[in-house]
Structure formats: structure tokens, C-alpha cells
Design a protein around this ligand. Structure first.
Ligand SMILES: C[S@@+](CC[C@H](N)C(=O)[O-])C[C@H]1O[C@@H](n2cnc3c(N)ncnc32)[C@H](O)[C@@H]1O
Length: 225
């Protein structure tokens, strides 16, 4: 009898454990294999992927590359591979830039592994320098470079300032239908996007999703005329 009770209890605990895991598991299936958990970025990644298709995006620029490939989708996002895969399927090109040799190596490894070389180029450079020389019109800009800190105010300000500078440098290459996604915003102190979003809103950008990531488009791209 006691054995039966213990067994039932363990079974229930295991079922509960897996049920909670499943609820917390935010996949982008069927676009990405079910095993990858995009957690707090799932909602914004999903909406962005839809927008990329609707707006027939051809050129994607990402600052801060997927240093761990797809190994850390919960923590970092794995955007280079997610949007790189979309680029390959939609005849677009993605440029991802990173200042760290290790990050570039890690990202390039997964780009190779996924067979995305024809659609994704990973550049080793400071994002500000890279963006200054980028000559094409940008349809989708993903800002996710200078690492933020939840506690260090100096790092917070530097990260926010860096993302603002990135935007200002490439702003003239954006057009009416461009899409901008900014990572790591839902954090103490406003995250990476605080300063740049204030700037963008003043310049008639509209926030479509305000969550852990912030997704913006130009107001004029939403007007029906
Ligand atoms: C959070 S990771 C990027 C994650 C990636 N976007 C993803 O979705 O997996 C931040 C990256 O920004 C890079 N970084 C920091 N400062 C930079 C700068 N000034 N220029 C370019 N990359 C920078 C770091 O080396 C790091 O690899």
C-alpha cells in the first residue's frame, strides 16, 4: 500500500514537472525545431518573422552576433541563425557584426553547421565602424551588441549610448518600411533600448511590441492611404 502511494506521488510529481517545463518552453516550431526554447523572445521573434515576410525584407543587419550559435537561445536569442534561416528561405541577405573574435567564430561555426553561408555574412568589426561603411539600404535592423548590466549603472549608460549611436549612424539607410528590433530592453534601468527608443519615438517611429524586446516600425508605414 505504502509503495503504491509513493509510486503515485512520484508519478504525479514527474507529470507536474514536465507539464511546467512544457508551458515554459517557448518554441518557434515549425519554423525552428521544437527543442529550441526562445523564452522571452518568442513573441517578438514570431511577430518579426511575420513582418519580414509581409514587408518582403531583403537586407538584414544585426549588431552583436550569436556567439553560441543555437546553444543558448534562452539566454542570447540565437537571432543570427533564426533570421539567417529566414533570409535563406526568402532570398534575402543577413549581415551580422561583432567586435569579438570568439563571438564571430562561434557564430560562424553555427552558420556553417546550418548551411547558411550563402545568406549570412558574419563580420569581425566594431559595430559603429561597420555601420559607417555599410552602403546598402537596410530593411531590418536588429540591435543587440554592447552587453548590458542589470546592476552597473556606468555599463547601462554606455550600452544605451552605444545602441543610440548605432541607430544614428545607420538611420539614413532605413526607409519607410524598415523594421527595427532591439534586444534586452525589459531590464532594470531600461535595458539596451532606453535611449534609442526615446530618440526613435521622437522621430515618428511606433512601438509595435513593448516587451523584453522592443519592436518598432515607422508610423507612416502603418497609415492606410
Ligand atoms: C548578447 S550577444 C549577441 C547575441 C545575438 N544577437 C543573438 O541573438 O544570439 C552581444 C554581442 O555583442 C558583441 N559586442 C559588444 N560590443 C560590441 C561592439 N562595439 N561592436 C560589435 N559587437 C559588440 C559582443 O562581443 C557579443 O558577442
Amino acid at each position: 500500500m505504502l509503495f503504491k502511494i509513493i509510486f503515485s506521488f512520484l508519478l504525479l510529481a514527474a507529470a507536474l514537472h514536465y507539464a511546467i517545463k512544457l508551458v515554459k518552453h517557448k518554441s518557434l516550431y515549425p519554423f525552428m525545431p521544437f527543442k529550441y526554447n526562445f523564452r522571452r523572445r518568442r513573441v517578438t521573434f514570431a511577430r518579426t518573422l511575420k513582418l519580414l515576410s509581409e514587408r518582403k525584407v531583403k537586407i538584414i543587419v544585426e549588431t552583436g552576433t550569436s556567439r553560441d550559435g543555437l546553444k543558448n537561445t534562452k539566454g542570447d536569442g540565437g537571432a543570427t541563425i533564426v533570421f539567417g534561416k529566414w533570409a535563406q528561405q526568402n532570398n534575402a541577405q543577413m549581415h551580422s557584426v561583432d567586435i569579438s573574435e570568439d563571438s564571430v567564430k562561434g557564430s560562424q561555426r553555427e552558420v556553417d553547421n546550418q548551411g547558411l553561408n550563402d545568406s549570412v555574412t558574419v563580420h569581425l568589426n566594431d559595430s559603429l565602424t561597420f555601420l559607417k561603411t555599410f552602403s546598402q539600404s537596410v530593411d531590418f535592423l536588429y540591435l543587440d551588441s554592447y552587453d548590458y548590466s542589470k546592476t552597473d549603472k556606468d555599463i547601462q549608460t554606455k550600452s544605451q549610448e552605444h545602441h543610440l549611436q548605432e541607430f544614428k549612424i545607420i538611420e539614413h539607410k532605413l526607409h519607410k518600411n524598415s523594421i527595427v528590433l532591439i534586444d534586452d530592453c525589459g531590464l532594470p534601468g531600461g535595458g539596451k533600448g532606453k535611449t534609442v527608443i526615446d530618440y526613435m519615438v521622437k522621430k515618428n517611429w511606433k512601438v509595435l511590441i513593448n516587451a523584453y524586446q522592443v519592436l518598432l516600425v515607422k508610423k507612416e508605414s502603418l497609415s492606410i492611404d
